[in-house]
Design a protein around this ligand. Sequence first.
Ligand code: AP5
Ligand code: MG
Ligand code: ZN
Length: 215
Amino acid sequence: MKIILLGPPGAGKGTQAKLISDEYSIPHISTGDIFRKNISEKTPLGIEAKGYMDNGQLVPDDVTIRIVEDRLSMDDCKIGFLLDGFPRTTKQAEALDSFLNSNGQKIDTALLIDVPREFILERMTGRRVCPTCGASYHIKFNPSKNEGKCDACGSSLIQRKDDTEETVKERLDVYDNQTQPLIQYFDNQNKLSRVDGTGDIKEVFQDISNVLGAV
Ligand code: AP5
Ligand code: MG
Ligand code: ZN
């Protein structure tokens, strides 16, 4: 299965991606997670990406496309993959199409998790993440068992730097201007599928399973 997850910041892409990648045994490739790992390791890529991410802007296409192509070239992607947060611009989508074409591959579906703007702010400002293992929680909708501690590894949970109200608004504007057009792009290719992302995490996953079962 080769899947693209589309949706605004805070739609639940990362949360659902973990569940889907377990269910289908395919690698979960999140460009945001790759950038954050590089930031924490202070690599040249991390240093470049940080300025854009902290302001809610996109990292330039050429850098991002190269990273994804490198990742998709690895052996574990032969059986399939789940892209979370890529493509995010028309240029990235076209680059992905031509990369897959040249390898005789194509995506099965671009799955949009549809969540209206009014739900997003509460989801993002309540998000807490584990800096050690990457697990993600929500203080109200998906709390950890011990407040402030990761269920999986016990580390203290933190807030993402770009989850402040001001930066979330910027990210939503960037989404509307640069990423939203991809919905039409994939619809034109008859690749688009959609789920309502406003239910709870289990309900959304059930809907996604139904959609993927029919692809
Ligand atoms: P990235 O990390 O991809 O962030 P994003 O797309 O803005 O999305 P989020 O990770 O914030 O949200 P999500 O949809 O994964 O939601 P989650 O499951 O965590 O990108 C960050 C930055 O990196 C970008 O701004 C950009 O600078 C750069 N970047 C990344 N990719 C790039 C690219 N391709 N090109 C250029 N730049 C790029 O859920 C959110 C919260 O809600 C959590 O607390 C969760 O517990 C909760 N939640 C989830 N589902 C539900 C539910 N059904 N009900 C209630 N709560 C829920
Ligand atoms: Mg995410
Ligand atoms: Zn952890």
